[in-house]
Design a protein around this ligand. Structure first.
Ligand SMILES: NC(=O)c1ccc[n+]([C@@H]2O[C@H](COP(=O)([O-])OP(=O)(O)OC[C@H]3O[C@@H](n4cnc5c(N)ncnc54)[C@H](OP(=O)(O)O)[C@@H]3O)[C@@H](O)[C@H]2O)c1
Length: 241
């Protein structure tokens, strides 16, 4: 049987590259990012394309489907990290680009077991004052995009869900996060699982949502934060034991 074809948007760095590594060998994988990686994953086809260039995105997707066939899965990991107008950047890169790609590929899925996963954040529902308002609003928008398209595309056999990670120890941020003593102590003493999460733990949940094991799951958001966001903030300071 032919391997499923998975298109990963933003699969060259961070959580996206971990997901690509997890699926490589089991899926035919196409990846879109602006730059191709220095150390590409074997058997994966990479496409250099800026999501904000809508004409090029349409052309790239057309070529990907022409070369590697219709899609089974589509996953969005892109993250806006530009300078300048942060609000515009977040809305365009996170929200508009996601909607644009979904609209482009909605008719390019294999009819059986199709799935779309949008990677959002705990900041879709909670506020982290050190992050921008654009990040929060764009991430909240992704949850509604997932629900909207779950209803619209469900009749075509396409499931649409989102994943909302909390702090994840990526290779690039690991040292910085663990060096922050207050943060590390919080996780060690107050977080339900007493540790931060790994990129593999997010990738596995995304892979589950793509798989047939999640065949009756659509329009849902799965929070992958080790239970940190279910605690009431004030209670963390009440030492009653
Ligand atoms: N890391 C965490 O702790 C964490 C926590 C919660 C949620 N998340 C979410 O998880 C996702 C991945 O985060 P990350 O930290 O792993 O991101 P990252 O390391 O910054 O990687 C982002 C990816 O998106 C691509 N990208 C960015 N802008 C693009 C554009 N205009 N066109 C095409 N590709 C573009 C990047 O490649 P190029 O730069 O080459 O284009 C890269 O492959 C994001 O949605 C993020 O909000 C992460």
């Amino acid at each position: 049987m032919e391997q499923p074809h998975t298109l990963v948007i933003g699969g060259t760095k961070g959580l996206g590259s971990t997901f690509v590594r997890l699926l490589a060998g089991q899926n035919r994988i196409s990846v879109i990012a602006r730059d191709k990686p220095v150390y590409p994953e074997k058997g994966v086809s990479y496409w250099g394309c800026d999501l904000l260039d809508h004409k090029k995105v349409a052309k790239t997707i057309h070529t990907i489907v022409g070369q590697s066939g219709e899609l089974n899965h589509l996953v969005f990991f892109q993250r806006y990290r530009g300078e300048g107008d942060n609000w515009k950047g977040e809305i365009e890169t996170t929200l508009s680009a996601t909607k644009n790609v979904i609209d482009l590929v909605a008719d390019q899925f294999c009819s059986a077991h199709a799935s779309i996963v949008l990677v959002s954040s705990v900041n879709a529902s909670l506020i982290s004052a050190h992050l921008s308002v654009g990040y929060h609003v764009a991430k909240t928008g992704l949850l509604q995009l997932a629900r909207y398209y779950a209803v619209k595309l469900g009749p075509k056999g396409i499931r649409v869900n989102s994943v909302s990670p909390g702090i994840i120890l990526k290779e690039r941020s690991k040292k910085y996060l663990l060096k922050n003593k207050k943060l590390a102590n919080f996780y060690k003493n107050k977080a339900p699982l007493r540790r931060m999460g790994t990129p593999e733990e997010v990738a596995e949940v995304v892979a589950f949502l793509c798989s047939t094991k999640a065949s009756y799951l659509t329009g849902q958001d799965i929070v992958v934060d080790g239970g940190v966001s279910i605690q009431w903030a004030e209670a963390l300071y009440l030492d009653l034991n």
